[in-house]
Design a protein around this ligand. Structure first.
Ligand code: HEM
Length: 116
């Protein structure tokens, strides 16, 4: 299958609360969403299986995965404080930026994480 490069897609002016994001863990028929650095990405059907409940990467589904991605961690404790870049090393910031590019290229952006 030819992959479409979505890198230059527009960012919709849609605010998504953490509670709404949490509805998108793949436990129902809703699409899986992943928050990264303030943006919410929708995992496509082909990759849904990677983030389904019970799989290794399910901790990223329906939440703000920023810090765990930066830290190359699949440990839920490393998600918090959600979305914060505080204390991340330069190396972790580089890793995070690579993930941001990866998600932007591959997955449709559905909105922005609503700040409290
Ligand atoms: C020994 C360690 C690891 C191995 C062998 C590994 C292997 C893989 C492989 C083969 C894929 C691609 C699967 C596919 O496209 O069908 C993948 C995807 C992924 N890996 Fe890992 N991984 C490892 C560690 C980690 C860690 C520590 C993280 C934490 C950030 C991570 C995050 C991810 C994510 C988020 C994806 C999914 C990307 C997508 O949406 O397609 N991986 N991994």
């Amino acid at each position: 299958m030819t992959e479409v490069d979505l890198s230059n897609q527009p960012i919709p002016e849609v605010d998504i609360a953490m509670e709404e994001l949490a509805q998108h863990k793949g436990e129902n028929d809703l699409p899986i969403w992943i928050g990264v650095n303030g943006l919410v990405f929708q995992v496509n059907e082909e990759k849904r299986h990677m983030y389904q409940p019970g799989t290794g990467y399910s901790i990223f589904a329906g939440t703000d995965a920023t810090r765990a991605l930066a830290k190359s961690s699949v440990n839920a404790a490393d998600l918090e404080p959600y979305g914060s870049l505080e204390g991340l090393t330069e190396k972790e910031m580089n890793t995070l930026n690579q993930w941001i590019s990866f998600y932007k290229k591959r997955y449709v952006i559905v909105g922005k994480i609503k700040k409290d």
